[in-house]
Write a protein that binds this ligand. Structure first.
Ligand SMILES: Cc1cc2nc3c(=O)[nH]c(=O)nc-3n(C[C@H](O)[C@H](O)[C@H](O)COP(=O)(O)O)c2cc1C
Length: 287
């Protein structure tokens, strides 16, 4: 492998390390548009800079900057204000529709209308989103993922005109930062890097690895305003762990409902068969 290129005396590795260390999600933006040519060029580079399953590039990115469409997205994204503030919302879609169209037009056997292809194309979309996120950040722009995409996939797909085998998997708001938030911690490396085989966390490991985030997380949420403190009290939340699966964060009952909706949507969009298909072994097909 040839050594990485040097640019203005700073190695690519050092610049990339600095970029990653500087990451923080940005949720407030200046009222300043982004040049469409710049955005398209950067997305194109991001696709080149991302590995892609079978190099099929089964992804689509839909750019939204029109005010009216952004306000519809704002509603679908749980009214997160950054959707309205950011000049650009990018919706990253798992998309096997175009590939299927290509196969069809060339008289090839149709494929990629199954659950595995959903995984493959959605992983590709997430990989592309993260490459694009880093690329935007390298230009001093701010980004924030919109996890709410998953809760309103059907509606966002309809709003943006996605065809059958194409569904949004994540979104990024992009713009010029109007805030410089403190950096958020991550779990220490001992918690999640395993040597050779998986080492299950013991109670002492959990105490050690979560102590700092329990303290800081609780402090951050409770100091975010009287409304949040009131909600913690109302729901009897005593710790960060309790908060995460409480009705005001990632409620397991809500997740179960959303999961059932997702299964139904994947069926409706051709990524999942309503009746289970025979496994390769059952069908006598060698893996
Ligand atoms: C898939 C994904 C979805 C996310 N969705 C949201 C969201 O809907 N709203 C939000 O404010 N932040 C969202 N975030 C940002 C995370 O809250 C953020 O990355 C995390 O708290 C760590 O903070 P940092 O990115 O500033 O380091 C999301 C991040 C990811 C990776």
């Amino acid at each position: 492998m040839s050594p990485p290129p040097e640019s203005s005396g700073v190695s690519a590795a050092a610049a990339f390390s600095r970029l990653m260390q500087a990451h923080r999600s940005i949720r407030a933006f200046r009222d300043e548009p982004l040049d469409a040519g710049f955005v398209d060029g950067l997305l194109e580079e991001a696709l080149h800079g991302s590995s892609s399953s079978g190099n099929l590039n089964m992804v689509s990115v839909i750019k939204t900057s029109e005010r009216e469409r952004k306000s519809q997205l704002y509603r679908l994204h749980g009214e997160q204000p950054m959707i309205l503030q950011a000049p650009l919302v990018l919706t990253f879609c798992a998309d096997t529709e175009r590939t299927r169209r290509w196969l069809e037009l060339r008289g090839a056997r149709l494929g990629f209308a199954d659950f595995l292809s959903w995984h493959v194309s959605s992983f590709d979309a997430m990989i592309l989103a993260q490459t694009a996120a880093l690329a935007f950040e390298s230009h001093g722009l701010g980004v924030c993922y919109m996890g709410t995409t998953l809760f309103a996939m059907r509606e966002i797909a309809e709003l943006l005109g996605c065809p059958t085998h194409c569904l949004p998997v994540t979104s990024l708001v992009v713009g010029h930062p109007a805030e410089a938030p403190a950096q958020r911690d991550r779990l220490p490396r001992a918690a999640w890097i395993h040597d050779e085989t998986y080492r299950r966390a013991q109670p002492g490991d959990i105490d050690r690895d979560f102590a700092e985030r329990e303290r800081r997380g609780r402090e951050r949420y409770l100091s975010s305003g009287p409304e949040m403190a009131g909600l913690w009290e109302q729901h009897g939340i005593e710790s960060l762990a309790h908060y995460y699966t409480s009705p005001i964060k990632y409620d397991p009952d809500l997740f179960a409902g959303f999961s059932a909706d997702l299964v139904a949507l994947l069926q409706a969009r051709g990524f999942l068969q309503a009746t289970p298909q025979p496994t390769p072994a059952a069908a006598g097909i060698a893996p």
